[in-house]
Design a protein around this ligand. Structure first.
Ligand code: FAD
Length: 542
């Protein structure tokens, strides 16, 4: 018989319960499927729950239940599988590093304290590397103050804003933690988030989210742990240049002097435009990559719930309604919704003066009146040019036009769906009140975007209105522009994770083109840290 192994569990999938059934019923059904005597069960809990609302008249929950036995998980799982049950055996692997023979002369440096930099820093700190983290923006408290000042009519701080500062771009967000990368390191990230104060339900929900309110304290606690392990985070200190000798990194120039370094994890995010320009000047390879542009679309949350849940809208067992919609033409052009923020607000998300950018954010409770999401159209180098920074310039041009159309005071251009679909200028506010803090200004998006983007946005609105009733209602509100959907560049790295022509530099996270969202950026941070450790062995304790 197989020995009892640490971290082994049986996952019983596809357990269905109705809206009115107790969640415990799912656990009872799972244990029943395994046909084991109850005393053998050491623990059983719902590992994941998703909602099946495909048939609005018959909404159900679908659970995966994790069962640990006193003994014999492998045998029990095999027996259930032989009977055609949807059962898998899960063995969790600890996140273990292999340490290479290289010796570091200086502590490793990380540029950027977003999810990628945070998790790279955390793993390095736990392994005794005492990383030095440079962050161009402010610490959480001064960042929140700066952002709130801007949102309530003050000037934009180009160094500390919705894109820059402690926690990175997702700090003012819904804190959605969904990803399609399927990397087992995701579980490690979720558990760490919980350890730092995120709600425990993120471990079990199919679509976990933290909410901007909780995320802020989670980030602060994570930083405190890095510091307690010997790491250091220096705020208001951008990496402004790289000093390379014979193609090898030897120091990082900052606003407060040069920092000697033999290795840098570059996790500066997708909005560090001056950093991209600096990297290009220093001879790193940057390639233009596809991304998306469009608008934020706003509805009443109650309307979305009705469209999704039909007669069950408002049922206390149901979560606030979320959607994700997409459509692709025969030629391959896509229009889709993403970064949906149930019960949230549209936020002024610019990081450069004279430009307007939108994004979305919700509190954990998701209890605001409106729902919002990006409605975005895919664009490629064929649309904007093939030079390394052509995509970035395309974003900037749209953001400048939005600044002008929004009244040149950080108001955002906006239109109701009816006027937009009919190609008329103007904004008629109906049931959906704009939530964009700096105010909105009626415009004609058709005059702001290239024609193909406008046409695809119209196609998206109409197509999604057929899938989700109310999506294209006359008073659906469009606010723009949404340009920071993902990085406009990719910074290639070799199999070993290092930039081929800048020895010692590890491009990492969303800005380098290896992530798209909080979870995948965090996981890429872990990968970067593992790649660093694979070359440079653990330093002697200081
Ligand atoms: P970033 O988070 O962008 O972090 C990069 C950091 O580097 C920044 O703090 C920046 O200040 C710093 N930096 C830049 N240049 C330098 C330099 N030269 N030197 C030192 N530091 C530098 N994703 C989700 O998965 N779920 C969501 O709900 C979600 N909502 C979002 C809402 C908003 C308003 C925004 C803006 C983004 C949202 N995203 C969301 C996207 C998500 O935030 C990003 O995908 C993620 O933060 C990328 O992580 P990163 O660490 O690669 O980069």
């Amino acid at each position: 018989m197989l020995q009892k192994e640490e971290n082994m569990a049986i996952i019983v999938n596809s357990i269905i319960t109705s809206l009115t059934e107790d969640r415990q019923e799912a656990i009872r059904k799972a244990v029943g499927i395994l046909e084991v005597p109850e005393p053998l069960v050491q623990s059983a809990y719902i590992a994941k729950t998703s909602l099946d609302a495909r048939r609005r008249g018959d909404i159900r929950f679908v659970h995966s239940v994790s069962v640990t036995l006193a003994d014999g998980e492998a045998r029990v799982a095999e027996r259930a599988q032989a009977k055609g049950k949807k059962v898998v055996l899960r063995v969790e692997e600890p996140l273990e590093a292999a340490f290479g023979p290289g010796k570091l002369s200086h502590r490793p440096v990380i540029a950027g304290f977003g999810p990628a930099g945070m998790f790279a820093g955390l793993l390095l700190a736990k392994n005794g590397y005492a990383p030095l983290i440079l962050e161009r923006g402010g610490d959480m408290d001064s960042r929140v103050a700066s952002v709130e000042r801007f949102w309530s009519g003050g000037s934009l701080d180009p160094e500390t804003n919705v894109q820059f500062g402690e926690g990175g771009a997702g700090t003012f967000s819904d804190g959605k933690l969904t990803t399609r990368i399927g990397d087992p390191k995701c579980a490690w990230v979720l558990r760490e988030f919980v350890r730092f104060g995120a709600p425990e339900e993120i471990l079990h929900r199919a679509k976990p989210h933290i909410g901007t309110d909780r995320l802020r304290s989670v980030v602060k606690r994570l930083r405190a742990e890095i510091e307690s392990l010997g790491g250091e985070v220096r705020f208001y200190m951008p990496a402004s240049d790289l000093i390379l000798e014979n193609g090898r990194l030897c120091a990082i120039r900052t606003t407060q002097g040069d920092v000697p370094a033999d290795v840098l994890i570059l996790a500066a995010g997708h909005s560090a435009r001056d950093t991209f320009e600096m990297l290009l000047r220093r001879g790193l390879v940057l390639q233009p990559k596809p991304f998306s542009v469009g608008v934020r679309v706003e509805h009443l949350q109650s309307e979305i719930d009705r469209g999704l849940y039909g007669k069950y809208a408002g049922h206390p067992a149901l979560p606030v309604g979320e959607y994700q919609l997409s459509y692709r033409t025969g030629e391959g052009r896509g229009v889709y919704t993403f970064c949906m923020c149930p019960g949230g607000v549209v936020v002024p998300a610019a990081s450069q003066e004279g430009m307007v950018v939108t994004n979305g954010m919700s509190d954990f409770a998701r209890d605001g009146t409106n729902a919002n999401a990006a409605l975005a159209v895919s664009v490629t180098p064929d649309d904007f040019g093939t030079a390394p920074l052509d995509g970035m310039r395309f974003q900037q041009e749209l953001e400048r036009r939005a600044f002008t159309a929004g009244g040149r005071g950080y108001g955002a251009p906006a239109q109701d769906a009816k006027s937009f679909l009919e190609g008329k200028t103007g904004l008629h506010i109906g049931r959906v009140e704009p939530t964009y803090a700096r105010g909105v200004c009626g415009c004609e998006f058709g005059a702001l975007f290239p024609g193909f983007v406008t046409e695809m946005l119209k196609t998206g609105l109409r197509t999604f209105g057929r899938k989700l009733p109310g999506f294209d209602a006359a008073d659906t509100l469009l606010t723009g522009v949404e340009t920071r959907t993902s990085s406009p560049v990719r910074i290639p790295r070799g199999m070993d994770f290092y930039a081929p022509n800048a020895a010692g530099v590890i491009p990492c996270g969303e800005g380098a083109g290896y992530a798209g969202g909080i979870m995948s950026a965090a996981v890429d941070g872990l990968r970067a840290a593992l790649a660093l450790m694979a070359v440079y062995g653990r330093p002697a304790p200081r």
